[in-house]
Write a protein that binds this ligand. Sequence first.
Ligand code: UD1
Ligand code: MG
Length: 422
Amino acid sequence: MAARKRPSATNSTATDTCEPTTPVSVPPKTDDPPIAPPKSGLILKLFFILSLPYFYLIFYHYQLESELRRSILINAGLSLAGFFVTQKMIPVASTYVLRRNLFGFDINKKGTPQGTVKVPESLGIVVGIVFMVLAILFQYFNFTADSNWLVEYNAALASICFMLLLGFVDDVLDVPWRVKLLLPSFAALPLLMAYAGHTTIIIPKPLVPYVGFKILDLGWIYKLYMGLLAVFCTNSINIHAGLNGLEVGQTVVIASAILIHNIMQIGASVDPEYKQAHAFSIYLVQPLLATSLALFSYNWYPSSVFVGDTYTYFAGMAMAVIGILGHFSETLLIFFAPQVINFLLSVPQLFGFVKCPRHRLPRFDPQTGLLTGTNDGTLVNFFLRIFGKMSENRLCTALLVFQAIACALCFVLRYFLTGWYK
Ligand code: UD1
Ligand code: MG
């Protein structure tokens, strides 16, 4: 039986390392109270903030072909249904995971009564399953049997599903850190093997006079790059974590930016293949966004469920796949700017130059309810050191605003560089 790994609110000490703690067997209990209801008001506000500009672009700003608009709207309808199913299923799944002792303690509440509550873990599994069902069903509405896209679409789904499985395996078995870093490279294999698209890159215009050509075929190196991108996206979401709502929040912000980027690219292009690549991204990112919002309604401060590595790996892989097949991996990396910064800050601890504790979280003061930054190299701690002590939800909001600013800057950058850069 899967004994839960981290009743660690009380036993996480400075001597812990990135290696997992020894599993602790807790006898199964069935009398845990039901989780708190979803924060629906927050989600409703987010829904309007996100959907108004989006639907404005689809219906008024750009002249999309009716066929394409129809597919996007069918997909949006399915995604909406997915949102409600996910929101309904999370409390059900929570009782099941608690029964199997799959829970965690909220470390940033340690020393308060909330810090002793068993918070159900790995609820990303519900998001992942609903996402997979939506993405599989959607093929019926969009693709014909001989569509070339079917092969890559299904390979993308296989990679996402494989990652979901490995993330869940990690949550249950607590895989050692160095192995954990490699899991996404296995999960990316289905996509890498099936990928038959181009392996060329366009040389930035300012560099063309120096290199002497405009297009470079990277061959297998391009596939290696795709694999590394998948490894980066998954792990970078997973290590920019540990605050209520941060894992899902960053995904929601990035996925929204991807969605708007795709619509802008479709609207501005006349090349059918280019449009199809971006449409393909939309068909995957809409369900990701909808199901993630449902999880967000439970995971926002104070979290009534944790998302688990199941979710962080799943969401990272989904976005990597969406960026690869939509052919906008450079833009994706700019959307991931906070994750890149967090990764760079983490390098000394990740690669063993500096001691890496099991949790690199801030210090919580139960008297004031505020977090103080520690010396662990994370963006979370960096923010606290720069802006001073903060409550958990304020810090998370600040980090999500920073994520949104990074995405907005990416749009500005693209606007100014288009035509000059490529
Ligand atoms: C990664 C980070 C680790 C961070 C952890 C938090 C690295 C190398 N690893 O490890 O520093 O502490 O994520 O997710 O950067 N938790 C909370 N509040 C939350 C979310 C999670 O207290 O809002 C705690 C809970 O005890 C939960 C646990 O973190 O059970 C989940 O940790 P896990 O995802 O297993 O950590 P890692 O991904 O290994
Ligand atoms: Mg994690």
